[in-house]
Every structure is written in C-alpha cells, then in structure tokens.
Write a protein that binds this ligand. Structure first.
Ligand SMILES: [Zn+2]
Length: 137
C-alpha cells in the first residue's frame, strides 16, 4: 500500500508528464507545486535533466538501474525502485535527518521519466554487474 506522500508525488509526476507532453514545457503552477513538495533539490534536479545527465540502463533479462552523472564527475547508480541513492545527501538529508523527501539524483530520474528525457541504454548483465560493482558507496 502506498503512503499518502507517494500518492501525492505520483499524481504530481503524472501532471508533469501530461503537461510536458501537451506543451513541451512546465508551467509556473507545476514548478511551484514541485518546489512545494521537494524544495531545495528541485533546481539541481532540473539542471541535471536539462544537461541530459540521466540514463536508464536495461538488460535483455529485465534488470534495470538508473545512472545520474554529476558535475563532480561521479556517477550515481540508483535501483529502478528509486528507494536508494549512494550520495551523501540521501544518507544524511533523506535517511538520517528526514529533511528531504528525495535527493537531487532521484528527483532528476523522476523528472526525466515524466518528461520522457531519460537516455535509454541497453546493456548486458555483465555490464550492469560491473556498474554495480564499481559504484562508490
Ligand atoms: Zn543522490
């Protein structure tokens, strides 16, 4: 069963998807709602989306991960469930302090999915295994 906040964010991303499909941009109203719900990570997440930093890596065996490249040159690998990111912001802002709903990487993935701007990358299981093994934790 989904939590109330998951239902709210699902509805918000559905609105982002519909509006982006219809107008090719996001209205001030949607941006305001996103800012209200997600706060501080929004601007950085939008920047990551604008710079095409989000990739969806899938294998023929239906395994999938998301990767987000950052300014620092690091790449953050997140599971398709989006319930974890190996960044410090997730560890401290989301998990430890509970100040953030998500980090900028997970928010960028959600926005990329909603706007259809996620890069689709096909890889074999060996490649995904290497991606996960090389991830900095
Ligand atoms: Zn993160």
């Amino acid at each position: 069963m989904k939590t109330v906040i998951e239902l709210v964010t699902d509805k918000l991303f559905q609105e982002v998807k519909e509006e982006y499909e219809k107008h090719g941009e996001l209205s001030d109203n949607i941006l305001s709602s996103l800012n209200f719900v997600f706060g501080q990570p929004l601007l950085s997440a939008l920047d990551l989306v604008d710079r095409d930093c989000v990739s969806h890596v899938t294998t023929p065996c239906q395994k999938e991960v998301y990767q987000v490249s950052s300014d620092s040159g690091r790449t953050y690998t997140c599971p398709a469930t989006l319930q974890y990111c190996p960044c410090l912001s997730y560890a401290f802002g989301v998990v430890k302090r509970g100040e953030l709903l998500v980090c900028k990487h997970i928010l960028a993935i959600q926005l990329s999915r909603a706007t259809g701007s996620c890069k689709e990358v096909q890889a074999d299981d060996e490649k995904v295994s290497v991606i996960l093994f090389e991830q900095d934790y």
